[in-house]
Write a protein that binds this ligand. Structure first.
Ligand SMILES: *[C@@H]1O[C@H](CO)[C@@H](O)[C@H](O)[C@H]1NC(C)=O
Ligand SMILES: *[C@@H]1O[C@H](CO)[C@@H](O)[C@H](O)[C@H]1NC(C)=O
Ligand SMILES: *[C@@H]1O[C@H](CO)[C@@H](O)[C@H](O)[C@H]1NC(C)=O
Length: 432
């Protein structure tokens, strides 16, 4: 603007110079002087008014001057509006800075808490630096504004535009950086969460493994490798099978047992149903031989096992003619018939190991209690073939019962009866 002003004066002066040259003889001369900013610009126009003659040149000059005046007035208006823009920018800047400050301090807290560290650069500092740069720019802008206000002079538009551009650039950068930091923070948070999740998973699986190991340490090699020990002749030591029986028209019951009790080993097992405590009973008491009871009917079995060694015994029965078989150590030692013929075995009763029931599930008699060890008590709802029974007895096969399989989880012990690991089959075999 100042340059424009000077140019204007120069144009005027040179124009006058020509006039002066033409009227040199009359001695009419104009002196070219610099006009300070803000002086009344109407002066040169008045001067031209004094020139009486209106040559085309002078007319042109006058028009130019009028145009220039208008331009200057427009420039003034522009300055005022630009001052408004500067004000607006200042307030934006202040908001932006406040934002940066608050984010910066929040971030500092985040990072001081987070000991994972090892970030390639400190994002807090770069944001702070940006903030400082903007602050200094703002200061510079203010002082420039002040100068504009006091001097009432022209504000260098290029500088202002430059500043404006620079400021909006900075603003953009700052916003981008803040967005980046937000992203970084979220990523960091996710990573931490993922890391924690992984650690937790590992710990959980370790815990599970330990629990498993602890369990298997106290439990048996496999669920069927255990025996029940009933060491005393009492009316309260016993084992109970959790499963009951279905209605059956035939059965096979097998077990390994070891006893040296006398007289008679007692009751290895009994099955009582409501209304019939002696639905199925295997018992040896007093000086009687071993007996099988079905529906309270009795058959005497030619079995003898009270030598304190392991023995494998099996008894089969079928409702058809009440036919039965008795096996000891894989050999069939006796058969008979008419034991509760055509009687179906009643379902829903209680299987007790080691005690004879006087009512279903209770009222035991110490004199009838089994004393010794019991294992592999298995029950089928059919008559097993001799070959299957001898294979089990000579340890070449193991068959779990289809109605009562011998498994740890299926057997409860009470009154001091215990579960213990079972000797391997061959050991039981050589023992017998
Ligand atoms: C400059 O003048 C404008 C309006 O005239 C005013 O709002 C602004 O605060 C002034 N700036 C300074 C730095 O004094
Ligand atoms: C962090 O996890 C959230 C939710 O799972 C997801 O929306 C966001 O995009 C993730 N951020 C990154 C940086 O992966
Ligand atoms: C065991 O018994 C089965 C079935 O009777 C028989 O085939 C097998 O030879 C026997 N094994 C031994 C080692 O005696």
């Amino acid at each position: 603007m100042r340059a424009l002003f000077v140019a204007l004066l120069l144009v005027y002066a040179s124009g006058s110079g020509k006039v002066a040259g033409a009227n040199g003889a009359k001695g009419n001369r104009f002196v070219c002087t610099a006009v300070p900013a803000g002086t009344d610009l109407s002066c040169p126009v008045e001067t031209t008014n004094r020139v009486q003659s209106t040559s085309p040149q002078e007319e042109e000059l006058r028009n130019t001057i009028i145009q220039l005046r208008e331009t200057i007035l427009q420039q003034k208006e522009t300055i005022v509006s630009q001052q408004g823009t500067i004000k607006e920018l200042n307030s934006k800047l202040a908001r932006c800075e406040a934002d940066v400050r608050s984010r910066g301090s929040a971030r500092r807290k985040d990072y001081s808490k987070n000991t994972m560290g090892d970030l390639p650069r400190d994002p807090t500092e770069s944001v702070e630096q940006l903030g400082k740069t903007m602050q200094s720019l703002k200061d510079r802008l203010e002082s420039l504004e002040l100068r504009t206000n006091t001097s009432n002079g022209a504000f260098p538009s290029e500088l202002r535009d430059l500043l404006k551009r620079r400021l909006s650039d900075l603003e953009g950068q700052l916003l981008t950086r803040v967005a980046e930091l937000e992203e970084e923070k979220s990523q960091l948070y996710n990573e931490t969460a993922a890391h924690r999740q992984r650690t937790e998973n590992t710990l959980n699986s370790l815990l599970e493994r330990i629990t498993e190991l602890e369990k298997s340490n106290s439990a048996f090699k496999s669920p069927e490798d255990f025996k029940v020990a009933l060491p005393l002749r009492t009316n309260y030591l016993y084992g109970r099978i959790k499963k009951s029986l279905p209605e059956m028209y035939a059965f096979t019951v097998c077990m390994w047992l070891k006893s040296s009790a006398s007289p008679g080993i007692g009751t290895p097992f009994s099955y009582g149903v409501p209304g019939q405590a002696n639905e199925i009973v295997l018992i040896e008491w007093g000086n009687s031989p071993m007996e099988l009871l079905v529906n309270d009917k009795v058959a005497q079995l030619p079995l003898s096992v009270s030598d304190g060694r392991w023995h494998h015994i099996c008894i089969t029965w079928t409702t058809r003619d009440g036919f039965w078989e008795a096996y000891q150590d894989g050999e069939r030692l006796g058969t008979g018939e008419n034991l509760a013929p055509w009687h179906p075995i009643k379902p829903g009763g209680v299987i007790i190991l080691g005690q004879e029931q006087d009512i279903a599930g209770g009222r035991f008699d110490a004199t009838q209690a089994f004393v010794g060890e019991l294992s592999h008590f298995n029950m089928w709802d059919r008559v097993l073939r001799p070959i299957d029974i001898s294979a089990m007895a000579n340890c070449s096969a193991y068959m779990p019962g289809n109605v009562v399989p011998w498994v740890d989880a299926n057997v409860e012990v009470f009154g001091g009866a215990t579960k213990a690991a079972l000797e391997i089959c061959e050991e039981r075999l050589f023992d017998s």
